[in-house]
Design a protein. Sequence first.
Length: 166
Amino acid sequence: MSEQEKVAGGPLGKVAGRAKKLAGAALGRDDLQREGHLQEVQADAQAEVAAKAAEAERKEREAEIEAERAETEAERHEVELEAAEIEAQEEAERRRAEDEREAGRRAEVEKAAAERERLAGESRAQDKRQEAAAEKSEAKREAAELQRKADRAEAAAATIDPKEEN
């Protein structure tokens, strides 16, 4: 095979190699027959290399896909953990807020009860002051009545016995 001659590869190169091989055998030219055989072998080798390269590329793509899948799964797991953590924080915040609202409601109820108790105490105190004022007024009235009776009794006694006057 001459160095200047280019050998066609692939399926067409194999057909051309077979044709040269048969032509060389028919014409009795060993060099043409050898060149055809070499061209066939080279075409087979190129086909095998191409097939292996395609297989290697397919396996590389599968490995890349698997790596991406694993990375995606890891990211998904991480996002799920973050979401669970956020949910836990939000739940804790909701509980804290609810506890604060409940404490506020209890404080308001206690404050209202204390205010009602204060007002009731003031009302009882006012009632007692009024009762005491009424009793004082009644005592003054009774004292005045008793004083009038005592004055009349003294006046009557003085009319009966005028000497005992001071």
